[in-house]
Design a protein around this ligand. Structure first.
Ligand code: NAP
Length: 497
């Protein structure tokens, strides 16, 4: 199946509209069974240089193409993605491990983003505004930044790439994109789709390779004017610091420590469904995954019982097989990190109610059993640090106010959720939860692409992916004044008393 679907055994960079061989490569393996899928290039600084030069050249022309015409390419990209949805979804499950149903959802997110951003080609609104002086016109306009660098993680290898590249392209920029080395196939496929859709050469360039080499070269490159990064906090902080020194614009979307709050009046069956989906979907490897449940003491016992009963039905295995709910962990390092946190949780005194071990299988993939800790305290490491696996910790509280406080007591601020039937609590919660995304009577995952995606505090640096807000990352604002009085009018000085 692999050779058939990929049509190649060795991926190539996509630079200036051409497929470019790279001598040095490494194997990409399927996390569900350890099988080698393909070889991915390990490019170096010289490949980044080629890509940037191609992008500089292409961007000059692309910026002059009227935005509605630029948008037509995205529209075609969306149509091709729609045609290829099943193939893309299966390849995504093969390289990333998430179950097929979720892979289809991720590809759909990319399709939605294509049509949404194609619509922006006829908007890209600026503002007209009155001028202070007679016979003078004033307006603001979005203009492209130039060459933008996109660095993406393995956990949403196609959706996040579309959140970043589509707004960048419709706004008239050219892109150099470094996908995660673990999951290069979606990047290869998306580059082929751009090619088929007729995007001019050099407007998107894909350079495969390690973050420490390719990613860092992009961050340091003086002609890349924006870096849009999604990934871990450690990497993001270093990138921000390097970009800061160069006064380079940088957008960061990083980790989360997201909580579901379950109040005493909640529909508990619904809460269980929400927790299961957001804690164990994608094996907990989502930035928005629920990894804390903050539960009112009156319903704690019942919630524990119902969660445990429901967790029994979570079938683990290869995400391409029917009925599987929890797929593999991305790699051995990810698995080891989860195992470490299980020990930390036990040592800290939390009670392990379920899971806590690798899934016993002869399969060489990396699997971990859905895990439930209870009696966790808000300041424990398992309740503060991102685990990135199917591990959730219950924290008991006595009031709504305490629940909000506990939710906000982490350094991250990505997503939160509350289950309650009390409308007053709903409105207070959406005001007081210090996260970029808030759900009411739903789990912590499930973003829609036309709303801003991102978080407060340590999750980011104030920018947002997707939504119309994504355009702020990839455009500069230009203020334009047209004086048609025929004389020199000085602002703030020549105003009539
Ligand atoms: P990561 O290790 O930081 O890697 C992310 C990307 O950065 C990869 O492409 C990586 O390249 C690259 N990179 C690594 N070192 C670099 C460097 N020195 N300079 C430039 N680029 C570098 O993160 P990950 O483990 O792939 O992703 C998981 C993290 O992403 C989690 O913390 C998760 O919460 C976060 N995430 C956040 C969001 C959000 O929107 N808030 C969404 C999804 C994921 P390699 O391919 O070489 O590793």
């Amino acid at each position: 199946m692999t050779a058939l679907t990929l049509e190649t055994d060795v991926l190539k960079n996509f630079i200036d509209g051409k497929w470019v061989d790279v001598n040095n490569t490494t194997a990409v393996t399927n996390p569900a069974n350890g099988e080698r899928i393909v070889q991915v290039p390990l490019s170096d600084q010289s490949h980044v240089e080629e890509a940037v030069q191609a992008a500089i050249k292409a961007q000059k022309e692309w910026a002059l193409v009227p935005a509605p015409q630029r948008a037509e390419v995205l529209y075609r990209v969306g149509m091709i993605m729609k045609d290829k949805k099943e193939r893309l979804s299966r390849l995504l499950t093969m390289e990333n491990g998430k179950v097929l149903e979720e892979a289809r959802g991720e590809v759909q997110e990319g399709i939605d983003m294509a049509f949404y951003m194609a619509g922006e080609g006829r908007r890209l609104f600026g503002q007209t505004t009155p001028a202070e002086l007679k016979d003078k016109f004033a307006m603001s306009q979005r203009v492209p930044v130039g060459v933008v660098g996109i660095i993406t993680p393995w956990n949403f290898p196609i959706a996040i790439a579309t959140w970043k590249s589509f707004p960048a392209i419709v706004a008239g920029n050219a892109v150099v994109w470094k996908p995660a080395t673990e999951t290069p196939i979606m990047a290869y496929e998306l580059a082929k789709i751009f090619e088929e859709a007729g995007l001019p050469s050099g407007v998107i360039n894909v350079v495969f390779g390690k973050g420490s080499e390719v990613g860092d070269s992009m961050v340091q490159h003086k002609d890349i004017r924006v870096i849009s990064f999604t990934g871990s906090n450690d990497t993001g902080r270093n990138i921000a610091s390097d970009c800061g020194k160069q006064l380079k614009k940088v957008s960061l979307e990083m980790g989360g420590k997201n909580a579901v709050i379950v109040m005493d009046d909640a529909d508990l069956d619904l809460a269980v469904e929400g927790i299961l989906w957001s804690a164990f979907g994608t094996s907990g490897q989502r930035c928005t995954a629920c990894s804390r449940v903050i539960v009112h003491h009156k319903v704690k016992k019942t919630l524990e019982e119902r969660l445990l009963a429901a967790m029994d039905h979570l079938t683990i295995g290869n995400g391409l097989e029917d009925g599987i709910k929890v797929g593999p962990i991305i790699n051995e390092a990810g698995l080891n990190k989860i195992k470490k946190y299980i020990e930390v949780g036990k040592q800290e005194g939390a009670t392990l109610l379920a899971g806590g071990t690798e899934w016993e299988t002869n399969n060489p993939g990396y699997y971990f059993t859905p895990t439930l800790f209870t009696d966790a305290k808000p300041d424990m490491r398992i309740a503060q640090e991102e685990i990135f696996g199917p591990v959730v910790s219950l924290i008991e509280v006595s009031s709504f106010e305490e629940a909000i406080e506990v939710n906000n007591q982490v350094t991250f601020g990505l997503s939160s959720s509350i289950f309650t039937k009390d409308v007053n609590r709903v409105f207070k919660a959406q005001r007081d939860l210090d996260t970029g995304i808030v759900y009411v009577n739903a789990g912590t995952t499930g973003a829609e692409i036309h709303l801003p995606f991102g978080g407060t505090k340590g999750t980011g640096n104030g920018h947002r992916d997707s939504g119309v807000q994504a355009l702020d990352v990839f455009t500069e604002w230009k203020a334009i004044y047209v004086d048609y009085s025929g004389k020199l009018q000085r602002a703030q000085i020549d105003t009539e008393e």
